[in-house]
Unconditional design. Sequence first.
Length: 343
Amino acid sequence: MTRIVVLTGGSTPERDVALAGAAQVVGALRRSGFHVTAVDTVSGELSPDQESRLLVPSVGREPPTAERLAALEAAELGEALIYLPAVRDAALVFPVLHGRQGEGGELQALLQQAGIPYAGSGPEGSALAMDKDRAKRRFVRAGVPTAAWRTWPASASDIARLGLPLVVKPSKVGSTVGLTVVRSPDDLEPAVAEAARYDDQVLLEAFVPGREFTVGVLGDRALAVGEIIPSHEIFDYECKYTPGMTREIFPAEIPNDLAARMQRLALVAHRALLLADFSRVDFRLGDDGVPYCLEVNTLPGLTATSLLPQSANAVGIPFDALCDEVCRLALARHRNKAGEPGI
């Protein structure tokens, strides 16, 4: 029986999202016949009792407090992860993590150096996608439309060119944590201070009004386009993880040519960032009819309300099959690298 480690938890603001996703993934992989061990990057291998307490499918309305995150970060296992027997002996590590520690490339580099196969993108692609400034530069070079932006500090002329309203957000944090839509110049510095609580690099981005869409990518295939209609102005943390706060329509009710364009751009963005196995690409459809790429998620959410599973399900890939396919893609890729026969 193939031994899979689902690596989850972490000490980022998206810890609860990761644990909720792991609750789904662990169950799916066990139903598919894998031998699965859940490992928290903070507390290590989870016992059945710990799984029942930590791996719950719901996510709170707000991320953990700064005090809680500081305590978790101090307890992170770091390099000791690769010496845990379950991790060291795994046929594959399936990261269900969010934020810089899990998605920024350091974990991937650690596993790679230890010769431990893992699902998802490598160190370089993970780091590129996590850094929104570098990712947007890649989009521009690849011909993927993206909203105009600057990193803080920005000059008055830079801010004037971006205009108001303005999106202020941490560069290397997901789930809209620390994000503010600024409508008045007086609100800019408080918004920057809020974003800086979560990251040392803050991004200022022109606000693109319009409908929001997302496209899943699995292997070299773009999945269904979905439309996201949040209760709030933006698809924020509360809307993402509170059932009933958002309407999500898969497949999106849009013309076929627009859907095909988004799918093509999703694949271009995925490849421009050197990604592997799976991702999710988010767009805003501007008033000019152009789909502007907001960001690419290398380890997209896998909770009960997450978008990648809905994108896959809309093309006939249910959740269990999605998780199974991610594992098979990753195992085949690592075996091919090692010169072994494929699955």
